[in-house]
Design a protein around this ligand. Structure first.
Ligand code: FAD
Length: 503
């Protein structure tokens, strides 16, 4: 008989092999996976509880589900094949590098066979990406995204031109909310089944980092549908304008909070994007820049990083073109280890929920590590462990490539920024012990000296980058004014204090 092997991040019943009315399903709940690193307890609760819910739903619908709880996949398969010798299994191609081969070996060693089929959690087939972008870097997101729009017809007019005349409305998506701004509340979910038991088990079983309380992520299809509906009803209109803003008192603004559900298959990318476009068409209050920005994140960035990862692994995981080798400072585990209001807040949010929004991830958590000189691998480990939506295929390109410029395979310049950016895009600086307008002196915002020191350190490599011309002319001004040595000394002190957990 052929049975569908459902992995913990492949929980869709609407696409892939589960959609084809399977005779038998096998799921293996294997804690060994979760022991590989210190994960956020909410991530573990999410995956294990979502698996158990899917098992129950399938059984209620009359599907035979063999649910093995075993330390490893191998042990789970031992138990399965003892019961059903010689079965053929079918699985969706895992997005993580090397996983398909590993799974096939495990199954074949036990006398079964494994058919690896397309992964339904993505829109763009590998062959299509390769035809458009080739298989070698540099990979270019903007051209990929336009091809995806043309191919899917999302927000494209009959003559093939982009709706509204432009492919991208990002210039309208950098607003700062007014002082009386209040974002719409986000939904809460009733977790009386599975989550409490899994939470207890996770607490007993695993070494984790993060707050196990306050778990409020969707773990069933019904909850994920409600999360999507709530986003469309209340936050899609404001998604675009405030996409890049960071507020001290608001952890979500108008972000969708859908990544954790998307990445385990509780939502499918096409349905999410098509639902957003339907809302745009049927309502007057959804601006094009919001819906286009949302579509771009999902059929653009999410798909793009998956394929870049596919081509750039295994080297991507260890890429470190800037030779950054410092350990992460303690503030990444302890928000109280810094007086920097923005960083303390972002780390605290990750600790509380396993979530921070995109700009906090990129321009605070990664920007600090980049300019501090932390190793891309140390930061990648931290992100992979800390977030509820982190899987190797998505976290690695985002952190190593976009976050800290460990590779230039798909980013043309580092996302390094000084306090000026943080002050413009957030309200943190107002309540911070550090001064965003000073570069030297004990009260100067650490982002400033780290930024200039970073540019000076990597001058040989980065000055010739035409996108960096302007910032290097500012560095020249500082050099000519004789202020660079003091700035660099301040950066050294900042690093020492951060490393000592006293910044
Ligand atoms: P929204 O802001 O509402 O965006 C909508 C959706 O677009 C997201 O749910 C996500 O599915 C998709 N998306 C947007 N940007 C990206 C991107 N760059 N890569 C992939 N998908 C994207 N995303 C993850 O899913 N898992 C990660 O582990 C992860 N790590 C990141 C690490 C760094 C350093 C950076 C800069 C980004 C990372 N992202 C990651 C991408 C992005 O920040 C998150 O997808 C997003 O913040 C999730 O919150 P949301 O659902 O509210 O997203």
């Amino acid at each position: 008989m052929t049975a569908v092997w459902v992995l913990g991040d492949q929980l869709s019943r609407r696409q892939g092999p589960l959609a084809d009315d399977p005779d038998r399903v096998v799921m293996v709940e294997a804690p060994a996976f979760a022991r590989r690193r210190r994960y956020h307890p909410q991530k573990l609760v999410l995956v294990f509880a979502a698996m158990r819910h899917l098992r129950d739903e399938l059984r209620e619908d009359g599907v035979e589900v063999v649910y093995e709880r075993a330390e490893t996949f191998g042990e789970g398969l031992d138990a399965y094949f003892e019961q059903y010798p010689g079965d053929d299994l079918v699985v969706q191609r895992p997005a993580s590098h090397g996983s398909a081969d590993r799974l096939r070996r495990l199954v074949e060693a036990r006398g079964g066979s494994l058919d690896v089929v397309a992964n339904a959690n993505f829109v763009c087939p590998p062959a299509q990406f390769d035809e458009w972008q080739g298989t070698e870097p540099p990979f270019d997101h903007e051209s990929f995204y336009r091809e995806m729009r043309r191919e899917t017809g999302y927000l494209v007019d009959d003559d093939g031109s982009p709706e509204g005349g432009d492919w991208n409305y990002d210039d309208q998506n950098r607003e700062t909310p007014p002082s009386d701004y209040e974002s719409p509340p986000v939904p809460s979910f009733d977790h009386d089944e599975h989550v409490p038991a899994v939470r207890e088990w996770v607490a007993d079983e695993f070494d984790t980092w993060g707050d196990p309380e306050g778990f409020d992520w969707p773990v069933t299809r019904e909850q994920a549908e409600r999360a999507l509906e709530d986003f469309l009803d209340h936050r899609l209109p404001g998604f675009g304008p405030y996409e890049d803003a960071v507020l001290a008192d608001d952890w979500h603004l108008e972000h969708s909070l859908l990544s954790s559900a998307l990445n385990v298959g509780l939502l499918d990318p096409e349905e999410v994007v098509e639902a957003a476009i339907d809302e745009y068409r049927s309502r007057d209050d959804v601006p094009l820049n919001s819906v286009e920005g949302f579509v771009r994140q999902i059929v653009g960035w999410r798909e793009f990083v998956r394929h870049v990862y596919r081509h750039q692994m295994p080297g991507l995981a260890s890429a470190n073109q800037l030779g950054a080798d410092r350990d992460l400072p303690p503030l990444y585990w302890d928000p109280d280890a810094t007086d920097m209001a923005c960083l303390g807040s972002a780390v605290g949010r990750v600790y509380d929920r396993g979530y921070a929004h995109h700009i906090e991830r990129l321009m605070l958590l990664s920007n600090f590590a980049l300019t501090y000189g932390a190793s891309p691998q140390a930061l990648n480990d931290w992100f992979h462990g800390g977030f509820v939506d982190a899987y190797h295929w998505v976290v690695t390109p985002n952190v190593v490539g976009m976050g800290v410029f460990g590779t230039d395979a798909f980013t043309t310049k580092p996302y390094a920024a000084s306090a000026n950016y943080v002050d413009r895009m957030s309200d943190h600086c107002r309540g911070c012990a550090f001064d965003p307008d000073s570069t030297t002196g004990e009260r100067a915002c650490p982002f400033n000296s780290l930024y200039w020191d970073f540019l000076a350190t990597h001058e040989d490599r980065l000055r010739s980058n035409h996108r960096m011309g302007l910032v290097y002319s500012h560095l020249d001004d500082k050099r000519e004014a004789g202020s660079l040595p003091e700035i660099r000394e301040r950066a050294r002190r900042v690093r020492r204090r951060a490393a000592a957990g006293d910044l």
